[in-house]
Design a protein around this ligand. Structure first.
Ligand code: PAF
Length: 286
């Protein structure tokens, strides 16, 4: 059976109501489309866990800053559908910004109720250079949870800060949904899969390979017993290609999200850089 594309909120709510009446367990895989093997791994996991799988494909205007890539973000719904067909997803939910936010669907939205995650979680790492980004993410994710009434939602660990913030939102707002984190999927040469990799020139891609090498280096040193994050930082820095613009290399406890001086199990080591104009992130949980 092929995947059905639905653009309308009421339509998907009616289908979900029927599924719930039949006691089906529902999965949501939230995405912005331009699906790749990383997304495929989430959809496969969702299929294994649940009776019905909804993949949302929505480039969410309210999580992009004014100088960011909202307009050029790849939109490839035909290919996305092919992948969802192959993987057996039941529905692609692909609303328009107007369907999601009514007339208030512009970037600088002042007439919308937002979810604001705690300042301590957004004023750091990616949130530092992307003010308002995680408010936009949390808001759309809560809307998607409410629209789909999903029992499980699947998120990639690559966006570790996003994952942490969503888990916190679920806890703080008592949402009835289980968040399933899924491992980072990489190209054979180590580059973490991202829809934004398509922006990279050949040269920028070659520089970007050093990001996963730096992550691997942190893992290796930690496994050799080195905990001092200054040493881990310097070592990662020495591996990163000099043409990359480094935004951060940080170590945070993945239980509390506090910065740590001494890495231990469950410490997040995260890197963000720009290769040319493209912002790339990668991480490991030690
Ligand atoms: O990770 C993403 O693709 C997006 O931030 C998400 C979770 C789909 C919300 O727009």
């Amino acid at each position: 059976m092929s995947t059905v594309i639905i653009n309308n909120i009421n339509e998907i709510k009616n289908i979900v109501k029927e599924w719930k009446n039949n006691n089906y367990v529902i999965a949501l895989v939230p995405t912005m489309g331009a699906l790749h093997e990383g997304h495929a791994s989430l959809i496969k996991r969702a299929k294994e866990t649940c009776d019905k799988v909804i993949v949302s494909v929505f480039v969410n205007p309210i999580q992009f800053g004014h100088n960011e890539d909202f307009d050029k973000y790849p939109r490839t719904l035909d290919n996305d559908k092919k992948l969802c067909d192959e993987l057996g997803a039941d529905i692609i939910f692909a609303p328009t910004p107007k369907e999601m936010y009514g007339e208030n669907n512009k970037l600088n939205n002042t007439d919308l109720t937002f979810v604001c995650p705690p300042y301590s979680l957004v004023d750091c790492l990616c949130g530092k250079s992307r003010p308002g980004h995680f408010d936009g993410v949390a808001t759309v994710v809560l809307k998607l949870f409410n629209i789909t009434n999903a029992d499980f939602a699947f998120f990639g660990q690559k966006d570790a800060q996003q994952l942490f913030i969503i888990k916190k939102m679920v806890k703080d707002l008592n949402l009835n949904i289980n968040i399933i984190p899924c491992p980072i999927v990489r190209e054979p040469d180590g580059l973490a899969l991202s829809s934004r990799n398509s922006y990279l020139s050949r040269e920028e891609r070659a520089w970007a390979l050093s990001i996963s090498k730096a992550i691997k280096q942190i893992d290796t040193l930690f496994n050799q017993g080195i905990n001092d994050t200054n040493i881990l930082f310097d070592s990662a820095l020495s591996v990163l290609n000099k043409n990359l613009e480094i935004e951060y290399i940080e170590f945070r406890d993945f239980e509390t999200f506090e910065k740590v001086k001494s890495a231990k199990e469950n410490t997040l080591a995260a890197i963000a850089v720009k290769s040319g104009k493209t912002r790339l992130i990668d991480n490991t949980i030690l």
